[in-house]
Design a protein. Structure first.
Length: 561
């Protein structure tokens, strides 16, 4: 395969094949400090119809950073943030990075088991979470390194409020604090100086694992800063090299705890360019989302296929004036042509699909905005990124040949947290990250994904790993063995389907369903369950998921509500 066949396409669509790398000594803390000051008087976030300036976010995050340092928490400690898209998330994440700690992003929908695993694995010393989340922390002895909890509520954004939620009694092991009391009572003092390097880990972004437990991708200052710089080449091709004007905004329905929302909304558009982020805590509430869209008229809208599809079919959304919307980008899951066509018919805008992973910070490919088309590919490798299509022996393939997508670039993670063997398995000897996704590249450099990770299931843009579901099923005393696969779903793109071999005949589908709902986040719970006498296996006893039926016309099949 010729080197970088996509350069001609860059030139065709006004994309600079080079990008301006960050200063060798730059860190996220320095960039946050600089940009919050640069855009001080502009609106940074809009939440529940309240506007927060960059200056306010600067002050609040500085206060929280100082508070954390005053607790004697050593630099480099992990601090977990388990929040939806509320104003407390950017304040907390900026504070953690400014104070010299490692941010651990946690999905606020996680069950107790999932939360415990991430706190244990990361060794988080502090958890910042909703007050209601604390009900999941019933046995803090399972998290021996946790010493501080900072609680808040989703709707208390006045910041001058004197009526704060009561934090439930937890344990003598931890000290509990209220988020807004910290901001009200902590002076803005000089932060302890930081000794950081670009290759230091700054974020643990958890992703699925082969053992049924998630792994923390170690993202460095360099990973995020370089990916922001790479994303700028796409921005510049469309908007020019400028910052946002007051009133230009991003509709941030992507969860900020997910790397897609974190890097694209919070940093690439927000801090780097000064766009206001309209925070949407619950994108499933379409009427509320449409209210925000109508009121604030976003300039940019990054989202996933399911949200684009739902909005494009919503009668209220179709009646709105979309002339203010300049670009829409899709990722997290495959954008379906029917969705893209409907979206264009309603808004007059194309969806430009890109591709990335937690391990790539995330952007690895993009479709040029000036191309004004939806081409059913994930686009071209982003500037500074090499992509090869490898065969099973790890050798590069030619054009239009299917193989594993391998990625090399400055945005690729350092390693998996405390998992050297797992890290070694996903890197080639010459430093390419093995994505596990099967695709092919055409003569212009456009890449098409033919199959997702061999067993991964993409439910509305969220990665669901069969191994984790099977791991949970294996703990049920009445289940002998199980296998989980993806089946197509009109609403979510894909959903899990579980095949179960009973250990005891008395086991019912209702019993399995109740058990899974207690152990897994809702989108991970299989939508379909099927009891079988045995599972197909290889000669060495490995369960062959590929031989399991993917149709939904089986007599024994029961849909899980």
């Amino acid at each position: 395969m010729p080197q970088q066949p996509w350069i001609a396409e860059y030139q065709k669509w006004n994309v600079n094949p080079a990008f301006v790398p960050p200063h060798p000594d730059a860190t996220l803390a320095q960039v946050i400090n600089e940009k919050l000051s640069l855009f001080a008087d502009k609106t940074a976030f809009i939440f529940l119809n309240q506007k927060f300036s960059f200056r306010q976010v600067d002050e609040f995050s500085h206060q929280l950073a100082y508070f954390l340092q005053q607790q004697g928490i050593p630099a480099g400690s992990r601090i977990a943030v388990m929040l939806p898209n509320i104003i407390q998330y950017p304040i907390a994440s900026f504070a953690i990075l400014r104070a010299g700690y490692i941010l651990v992003n946690v999905n606020p929908l996680y069950t107790q088991r999932e939360l415990y695993h991430q706190l244990q694995d990361s060794g988080a010393q502090v958890l910042i979470a909703l007050n209601s989340t604390l009900e999941k922390l019933q046995d803090l002895q399972q998290c021996p390194e946790l010493t501080h909890i900072i609680a808040t509520t989703a709707t208390d954004v006045v910041l001058q409020s004197t009526s704060q939620p009561k934090i439930p009694a937890l344990s003598q092991q931890v000290q509990a604090f209220d988020f807004f009391e910290i901001l009200l009572n902590t002076p803005r003092s000089v932060l302890r100086s930081l000794q950081q390097k670009q290759q230091d880990t700054v974020i643990l972004q958890y992703t699925g694992g082969t053992t049924g437990l998630s792994k923390g991708a170690e993202l460095t200052h360099a990973n995020i800063l370089f990916n922001v710089a790479q994303n700028s080449t796409v921005f510049n091709s469309h908007f020019g090299d400028r910052v946002a004007e007051e009133g230009e905004s991003v509709l941030c329905a992507l969860p900020l705890y997910h790397i897609y929302g974190f890097t694209i909304c919070l940093f690439s558009y927000g801090l780097a360019r000064g766009f206001a982020n309209i925070l949407i805590p619950n994108p499933r509430d379409l009427d509320s989302l449409i209210d925000q869209y109508q009121q604030y008229r976003p300039t940019v809208f990054p989202a996933v296929n399911t949200l684009f599809n739902a909005l494009a079919h919503h009668p209220r959304f179709a009646r709105l004036d979309h002339s203010h919307l300049k670009t829409t980008t899709g990722g997290g899951a495959k954008i379906l042509k029917a969705t893209a066509d409907r979206w264009h018919a309603v808004t007059g805008r194309y969806i430009y699909e890109g591709y990335g992973l937690s391990e790539t910070s995330p952007t690895a490919t993009f479709n040029p905005p000036l191309s004004e088309r939806f081409n059913e590919t994930i686009g071209l490798p982003i500037a500074g990124t090499e992509i090869l299509i490898l065969d099973e022996q790890g050798q590069p393939l030619g054009f239009n040949q299917a193989g594993e997508i391998a990625i090399r670039g400055p945005q690729v993670m350092k390693s998996y947290w405390r998992q050297p063997e797992a890290t070694q398995k996903v890197f080639t000897q010459d430093g390419f990250f093995l994505s596990g996704d099967i695709g092919c590249m055409d003569e212009q450099g456009y890449i098409t994904i033919l199959d997702r990770k061999k067993d991964m299931i993409l439910v509305s843009g969220f990665n669901v790993y069969p191994n984790e579901i099977e791991y949970v099923l294996s703990l049920h005393p009445k289940i002998l063995e199980s296998a989980v696969i993806a089946v197509e779903d009109e609403k979510s793109g894909q959903v899990p389907k579980a095949f179960i071999v009973r250990k005891e005949p008395s086991l019912t589908q209702e019993e399995v369903q109740l058990y899974l709902k207690q152990q897994l986040t809702n989108y991970k719970v299989p939508k379909y369950l099927q009891f079988v006498e045995e599972l197909p296996k290889s000669a060495v006893g490995k369960i062959l998921r590929r031989e399991l039926p993917r149709d939904l016309d089986h007599n024994d099949l029961a849909q899980v509500s």
